[in-house]
Design a protein around this ligand. Structure first.
Ligand code: GSH
Length: 317
């Protein structure tokens, strides 16, 4: 007998408010022609252009933590069950490509698949699914028939609930917080400049805040070397936004640390989609500026997951 949730999903597919997406001819082209097709063509802007393929599933992705999560699950499913077959479409997430590159995430054809204009997204026989965790749950419910990577909502409702709790924990916590920490730390130099200007103008009156945020003030002579000052400031200054998101990211890692002290994996001591979702972010901790030496249990969990051949394959897709 089919589990009730599967019947529910079929019903949702039929009743979906979003129609199945139409095909994009670019996948049936030669590699050279396909590359050319990545360049924006005016005619394409008005047409629905999802990928055309004989594979049942298309994965729209990019090499980021959110992109890696479904890539890893696809490879785990392939290693365990031999499928499902999927076609990968590489997307650009660069704002500079908007209106210039066909496969940019804000392209009208892609907004029909993911109205939020972000990777990852999949289509399964034309049915679009967006948001990383929703994709992981969808793929697991459709293709992980032996419950190797997820908990069955009917047979194991408590395990299923725990899985959702940890998925939501990462989806609403680690992902956004670490993403913002990256943004303010790595991509928003004007925040640093703003903090520098405050220091220069002696606008920070509290001595302790000044010591923390303006470690070079005085001495003023560093201002003679603006590039050096900026570089050192990026390393040592911690303007409010960077502090806030970095500290919140560390706090969330602390939650993982205390849970992983009790068991090897997040749910029921069995590796699965909740681990995949969190792993994809946490493995990038050092880049964000969080040292995993502070979180030894998390580090051991990362090492365990990283050893899996399907994880290696998923990261390399
Ligand atoms: N909540 C979304 C977040 C997806 C997301 O932020 N994707 C980023 C790459 S990691 C993106 O596509 N950014 C492009 C943009 O913001 O235009 C999910 O989990 O799928």
């Amino acid at each position: 007998m089919r589990p009730a949730f599967a019947v529910g999903i079929k019903h949702v597919i039929r009743a979906s408010s979003r129609p199945p997406v139409k095909a994009n001819p670019s996948l049936s082209l030669s590699p050279v022609a396909f590359t050319r097709s990545l360049i924006w063509s005016r005619a394409e802007t008005t047409t629905s252009m999802a990928a055309k393929t004989d594979k049942p599933i298309v994965l729209y992705t990019a090499p980021t933590p959110n992109g890696f999560a479904p890539q890893i699950l696809f490879e785990e499913l392939k290693a365990t069950y031999g499928g499902p077959e999927y076609e990968k479409v590489a997307m650009s997430i660069r704002d500079a490509d908007i209106g210039k590159v066909h496969n940019q995430v804000k392209s009208p054809w892609f907004l029909e698949i993911n109205p939020n204009g972000r990777i990852p997204a999949i289509t399964h026989e034309g049915f679009p699914v967006f948001e990383t965790s929703a994709i992981l749950v969808y793929l697991a419910q459709h293709f992980d028939k032996d419950n190797k990577f997820h908990h069955d909502p009917v047979k194991d409702p408590k395990g299923y609930s725990e899985e959702l709790q940890w998925l939501f924990f990462t989806h609403g916590g680690i992902g956004p917080m670490q993403g913002q920490a990256n943004h303010f730390n790595l991509y928003a130099p004007e925040k640093i400049t703003e903090a520098l200007d405050q220091c220069k103008a002696r606008q920070i009156t509290s001595t302790s805040t000044r010591m923390r945020r303006c470690p070079f003030f005085p001495p003023a002579p560093l201002f003679l070397f603006p590039q050096l000052t900026k570089h050192l400031s990026t390393l040592f200054l911690r303007p409010y936004a960077i502090n806030r998101y970095l500290n919140e990211t560390k706090r969330l890692y602390g939650v993982l640390e205390s849970e992983l002290a009790k068991r090897d994996y997040l749910v029921g001591n069995q590796y699965g989609i909740a681990d995949i979702k969190a792993f994809a972010w946490v493995r990038a901790a050092e880049r964000t500026g969080v040292s995993l030496a502070e979180f030894p249990k998390v580090k051991a969990w990362i090492d365990r997951i990283e050893e899996r051949p399907a994880v290696k394959a998923g990261l390399a897709v």
